[in-house]
Design a protein around this ligand. Sequence first.
Ligand code: NAI
Length: 304
Amino acid sequence: MFACVNPQLGTFPHEFAGYSVSMEQLRFEERVAIVTGAGGGIGRLHALELARRGARVVVNDLGSATDGTGSSSSVADAVVEEILSAGGEAVANSDSVATPEGGAAIVKTAVDAFGRVDIVVNNAGILRDASFKKTTPDRLDPVIDVHLKGAFNVTRPAWSLMSEQGYGRIINTSSGSGLFGNFGQSNYAAAKMGLIGLTRVLAIEGAKKGIHTNAIAPIARTRMTEGVMGEAADSYLPELVTPVVVYLAHECCDRNGNFYSVGAGKVSRVFIGSTSGFEDAKLCPESIAENIDRIDDANDWTLR
Ligand code: NAI
């Protein structure tokens, strides 16, 4: 029997609500991980935990404000210090994920320091919330650049290495805002749902190369959600997001193309399904109008 340890929260009992945990600890010796946006918030905890479990980690962070303005190399440096002083291995990188050059430099940092890349956690993120009417290009473009293009920019150079070595684990950070919608976040939701499309395609393209790509939609108390969670904030510890990322990053994870909602200690799969629908060889707008309830009926569906 093995003790399931979350260093921030202590040792859990072996049984959670009737489920027992009885496997070996998931370790990452010989693995190299890149975590973007790892200078603070959820990403910092991903980096610390992967390092604690033996991975060599590139701690990337531009050191920007929540709206993406400004930069500082000190936040990535501070997390590397934490890892080194705990006996782990890590290097800092403060390039932006928002450009192809930045993405290439982040991957080069991993190769120069550790010789390979096994894991990419695309986590860097910013917010520029506004109602749709006020979502001008200066609020749209940087959000798409960091979240959606950022994942392309970092993952593409890593993908070549993963393809050659026949192994890789990619975790994209989506959001409930993208999956379900949220007022004032059309820019962010579009970028986050774009990551789901990217995840599904990479899952298909990577399957035969040993590369698995999955996504998470986290909910956690960080500076990004400060003031919007109310009393629930105390339950949404960022430490309760990292275990899912660690699992998805491990070689034992055979899932590919899935996305998981995770927050406050609960993990659930979110999936795409289609209803059994309505068929008519002479389909016309009137037959659709007559059968729209049947078309929409979500009681009978197929997993996609
Ligand atoms: P955070 O603001 O604490 O962390 C984001 C980090 O990304 C910051 O350290 C920031 O400096 C860095 N960053 C921003 N732009 C960057 C760039 N161009 N290149 C490299 N680094 C950059 O926020 P949090 O909450 O930890 O968010 C982490 C991820 O989780 C984000 O992608 C966010 O959208 C996502 N998320 C968070 C939720 C939550 O409840 N906290 C909900 C849903 C998604």
